[in-house]
Design a protein around this ligand. Structure first.
Ligand SMILES: Cc1cc2nc3c(=O)[nH]c(=O)nc-3n(C[C@H](O)[C@H](O)[C@H](O)COP(=O)(O)OP(=O)(O)OC[C@H]3O[C@@H](n4cnc5c(N)ncnc54)[C@H](O)[C@@H]3O)c2cc1C
Length: 305
């Protein structure tokens, strides 16, 4: 069946963009994950629609990913089709009225650089987040006092029924690291960002400052998915984990970073099961010591055992 669908998909997309038995470790910033049955890289809305129709015909599930920077993929991989919206689907257009129109696969760093060069302010907070705009909108990614919801004008989505809808910001139901997208299983196709005119030098300097802060505080030298846990109300996950004595806690190659306890890192050959085991121990120890329940921020997909 898997071979059949790969062949059908090759009839719909350029052959090079249909990858059967693709290791997900190559598509996640954790550098972890077993093989996906098939991974495709559509280059247009029409191709995305065709892939989804094909999954329906074969009765196979599909999962959309961006840059894989918030994903923990199971060691046994993913049954079905992974739709990666990346470089192939990453156009940006600037309008006269301080808005940027961006396709979902565009990296935030690239969008932020475009905004800066056009003298548009508002996106500096996100310039160091290593995801696509699609992933960032779905997660309502945030940092340094900013969140995606603050700069969204509208989001174009594809519904599971195949309808394309333009949702204004107030219909996105943004919350802390969430939006309507997960609940409705939408695919984000395009995003219109509402920015403001700013000073090019100030924008550049703020982006530099924030990226330096990241390099200083975060263990960017190791693969990870960023903050492993959501911030519990009234606390900081990293601080609780440190105070629970878990800095450096390690199972195999999965480790609580000593530099920033909010990050679980891959020291080299960590498996998804090891990362999960570290996360479970962290949740257990923080609960026991502080009666605070940590919730994962990282999205788990695929088969773990
Ligand atoms: C070093 C590091 C630092 C980080 N710092 C931050 C930070 O400061 N703030 C922060 O919020 N996050 C941070 N993250 C986490 C991550 O970068 C963000 O959550 C990012 O927005 C995820 O985007 P992505 O394209 O990588 O999404 P993925 O990881 O590929 O996917 C994440 C989720 O979004 C869904 N998704 C992706 N694209 C689409 C789409 N087009 N339509 C519908 N659903 C989609 C996926 O199905 C999945 O559920 C960090 C990660 C790393 C590795």
């Amino acid at each position: 069946m898997e071979e059949d669908i790969s062949q059908t998909l090759r009839g719909l997309l350029d052959e090079k963009r249909v990858l059967p038995d693709e290791p997900m470790s190559l598509h996640t910033t954790f550098c972890i994950g077993g093989k996906a049955d098939v991974l495709v890289k559509p280059a247009s809305v029409t191709e995305i629609e065709a892939v989804i129709r094909c999954c329906g015909e074969y009765a196979l599930p599909y999962y959309v990913i961006g840059n894989g920077s918030n994903l923990l993929v199971g060691d046994k991989g993913i049954r079905g089709v992974v739709i990666e919206l990346g470089n192939e689907f990453a156009q940006i257009e600037a309008a006269e009225d301080d808005t940027l129109w961006v396709q979902a696969g565009c990296l935030l760093s690239k969008v932020a650089n475009t905004a800066w060069k056009k003298g548009l302010t508002g996106l500096e907070f996100a310039s160091g987040i290593p995801g696509t705009i699609g992933g960032a909108v779905k997660m309502n990614a945030g940092a340094y006092g900013g969140e995606m919801k603050d700069i969204i004008d509208s989001v174009t989505v594809l519904t599971p029924e195949g309808e394309i809808m333009i949702l204004p910001q107030d219909r996105m139901e943004f919350g802390y690291r969430k939006s309507i997208v997960s609940e409705k299983n939408y695919i984000i196709l395009e995003v219109r960002l509402q920015l403001r005119k700013g000073d090019v030098k100030k924008i550049a300097s703020r982006m530099r400052e924030l990226n330096e802060a990241r390099r200083e505080k975060q263990p960017l030298e190791y693969p990870s998915a960023g903050s492993t846990f959501k911030r519990p109300e009234g606390h900081f996950a990293g601080k609780l984990i440190m105070e629970a004595g878990l800095a450096g806690f390690r199972i195999g190659d999965a480790q609580v970073s000593e530099k920033h306890c909010g990050f679980v890192i891959n020291r080299g050959q960590a498996t998804a099961s090891e990362i999960q085991a570290v996360m479970q121990e962290v949740i257990h120890r923080v609960q026991e010591q502080f009666q605070v329940t940590l919730e994962p921020e990282v999205c788990k997909i695929g088969e773990f055992f």
